[in-house]
Design a protein around this ligand. Structure first.
Ligand SMILES: Nc1nc2c(ncn2[C@@H]2O[C@H](COP(=O)(O)OP(=O)(O)OP(=O)(O)O)[C@@H](O)[C@H]2O)c(=O)[nH]1
Ligand SMILES: [Zn+2]
Length: 371
């Protein structure tokens, strides 16, 4: 084999999605990245992963002029109105105090701040990609400052929510798996999109792709799907969804790698902690800095296209899923509700879904049998 003498690199390492994934990796290891916006450059570290030592070094380099970025949702919890988030003055704030301001249950802090620019609001997108809390230490650096040379540098303008247009997926494996109560099921593994993660489509039976196909788009819920958590209805919905598809004579279940509505298992468990302390699911996420539901359905769209689906019967109570599929050009012929068992433990969660997230569940049906 002869070595290539091409003057061109094998791939374009400046491609926005690759730079973003490198930045994600750096942030998860607690290291700084550079966020560019026009002539401005910000050194940024994640509060979720940076150690006190890293933060202290960061503060030394910034000569104590670093600020804490929090999202608009978290700012609102602190009584601050800032549409793109806020930059909190933290010159004399220790690590514990930073965490309290950034995502603590106690929201009584009254810090001095300035409103963040639109470009810094993009840090929330980066946090979601990295499955980290959306709180960052930020320091604006001069172009003559070379102390962050070597850090991954990304352009804020390239940080957009997972868009369908950029999602390229391909099938890497498909194989039959015998499932309890299901006649035939084929697991089709797709690879692509953000971080080239693997996503699964389960094709039940042999659906006619030229007709409306029964489809459930299911976001992963380790606690509910695997362990039978009583806090939500996910496990029931998963199994009911599969049964409904089987009863229809075949269809597709898309199992999306979107734990905790895309915030990741760590943030979901933190949110559960706040729920135990009395917050509902939406307020618990907002207290951590997250918006109501930031899930993107690019992977679902790509998988349905990859399987040759154009028209669906969607098994869901969530209007956002319908909108996402319709916006991508699919015809939603029919919607079938999927409701799990209502229990004392999940009733509040289901009510919040109806009242605050617009889920189409008959509130009367949320009475538990003994009521
Ligand atoms: N952040 C957060 N995520 C949760 C909580 N409870 C469940 N989840 C996640 O919520 C998602 C629920 O997914 P789905 O059942 O597909 O979606 P849905 O929005 O309920 O819509 P349908 O079930 O289709 O009506 C999963 O990713 C769960 O991990 C919670 O309290 N906080
Ligand atoms: Zn769940």
């Amino acid at each position: 084999m002869t070595a290539s003498s091409s003057a061109y690199p094998m791939f374009d390492a400046s491609e926005a999605s690759i730079v973003r994934e490198r930045a994600v990796s750096e942030l998860r290891y607690g290291r700084p990245v550079l966020l560019m916006h026009g002539n401005l450059q910000y050194a940024v570290v994640s509060l979720d992963t940076a150690t006190p030592e890293i933060l202290s070094r960061f503060g030394d380099i910034a000569a104590n002029r670093q600020e804490l970025f929090i999202t608009a949702q978290r700012a609102q919890k602190l009584g601050i109105t800032a549409p793109y988030g806020a930059l909190i003055n933290v010159s004399d704030t220790d690590y514990e105090q930073l965490a309290t301001i950034a995502y603590g249950f106690d929201t009584t802090a009254n810090p001095s701040y300035r409103s963040a620019s639109e470009s810094l609001a993009k840090l929330e997108i980066l946090a979601r990609s990295a499955l980290l809390l959306p709180a960052f230490m930020v320091f604006e650096i001069a172009s003559s400052d070379h102390r962050f040379d070597g850090c991954v540098m990304l352009d804020a303008a390239t940080l957009e929510h997972d868009s369908v247009a950029e999602a390229h997926f391909s099938i890497v494996a498909r194989t039959q798996v015998p499932l309890k109560g299901i006649d035939t099921a084929e697991f089709v593994v797709f690879r692509g999109g953000v971080a080239q993660r693997d996503q699964i489509a389960i094709v039940v039976g042999s659906p006619d792709m030229s007709k409306p196909v029964p489809v459930r788009i299911h976001s992963s819920c380790i606690t509910g799907d695997l362990f039978g958590s009583l806090k939500c209805d996910c496990g029931d919905q998963l199994r009911k969804g599969m049964q409904l598809i089987e009863q229809r004579g075949g269809g597709i279940l898309l199992y999306l790698d979107q734990e905790g509505r895309g915030t990741g298992i760590a943030s979901k468990m933190r949110a559960y902690g706040y729920q135990t302390a009395g917050l509902d699911t939406v307020d618990a996420d907002a207290t951590l800095g997250f918006g109501d539901d930031g899930r993107a359905y690019g992977a679902a769209v790509a998988m349905l296209r990859g399987l040759g689906v154009s028209s669906v019967e969607l098994l869901t109570n969530n209007p956002r899923k319908i909108a996402a599929i319709e916006n991508a050009g699919f015809t939603v012929r029919h919607r079938t509700p999927v409701l799990g068992l209502v229990t004392e433990e999940n009733r509040g969660y289901l009510r919040t879904k109806v009242r605050r997230s617009g889920h189409m569940i008959d509130i009367e049906s949320l009475k538990i049998p003994a009521e």
